[in-house]
Design a protein around this ligand. Sequence first.
Ligand SMILES: *Cc1c(COP(=O)(O)O)cnc(C)c1O
Length: 396
Amino acid sequence: MNRISEQELDLDTLAVRSGIERSQFNEHSEALYLTSSFVFDSAAQAAARFSGEEEGNVYARFTNPTVTAMQQRLAALEGAEACVATASGMAAIMSTVMALLSAGDHIVASRGLFGATQQLFSNILSRFGIETTFVPATDLVAYRAAVTPRTRLFFVESPSNPLTELVDIPAVAAIAHEAGVLLAVDNCFCSPALQQPLKLGADLVIHSATKYLDGQGRVLGGAVCGSKALVDEVFKFLRTAGPCISPFNAWVILKGLETLRIRMAAQSAAAHELASWLEAQPQVARVYYPGLPSHPQYELACRQQSSGGAIVSFEVHGGREEAWKVVDATRIVSITANLGDTKTTLTHPASTTHGRISPEAREASGIRESLLRLAVGLESVGDLKADLARGLALIA
Ligand SMILES: *Cc1c(COP(=O)(O)O)cnc(C)c1O
């Protein structure tokens, strides 16, 4: 869009209109450029493109017009100067760390991160001399206390999975910046439709575009958003090391971004209604949902997010047996650990996503046998209630 400055436009407009650069055919919808390389007019142009003297596409590991469009649109939605897309959410996290840290450096991360992120930090990066200290997500004193002279990065997720603990992003950003450290926020659960971490003080936003950005469970993708200087560093790693996104996946995600806000609004509203309803069911012991006043960080959620989001976790009275009854009685919701889809999913974390953690550590982190996580999609709320009520009725 070159006629109006993007700063003047609302998220709804940017989601549909930003990042468009039409080809000579003047197509209305964004074109999908399935090409690995690009041709030059002359030897001189080839040389200029390779040296960086002239801007333009060279090879799709570096840039591709469809990928560029997706990056520009996501940057606009996050209010970021720049964005670089990656093959997956994990590729985005790995590329950020590889680009910005070296052996001997240190990360401070909030506890309760996505499982693969925890494993990447604990078991893989540690082999390359990068150590991570995990701190309770809500304990500001612990973040400050964990900083060492080699700390380069704070990495947090808010809300956390599955207990929906919130990280106070402005407060943690202040602690990071006081120590001269960067703050990266994995914004997968909220997406820019509900939370824009850069505006709250973060330096980098990381996405698994596989979740709400595509939003329809079709492709893997990821992204890193931030200042041009920081994103350029990630891009330099990516173009050499190669965990870049397929243009096809970027095109699917580009289309997903157009409906992101209305999907998030509808899915969050449905989640809110289900959370209130669950709280009133006699078989339900506790509901975890940042949009409810019963959430211990409700006020922070109101300040930091524009709604409670689409993930609701709840404990039933009893243990694994009772929780599994609810799962097994469903006829509509999908029994799967994925989230961020138009189709509602239900997970028993203690026996799936968090199944490999020792029972003692799991209890200590609050992930009980009675806990279920619902990632609410776009089905009718009435149908979803009936689907859950069937299982709850089996609990004495
Ligand atoms: C799924 C997920 C990731 C990893 O994304 P992939 O696209 O599966 O690699 C990272 N962080 C969070 C919070 C996620 O839910």
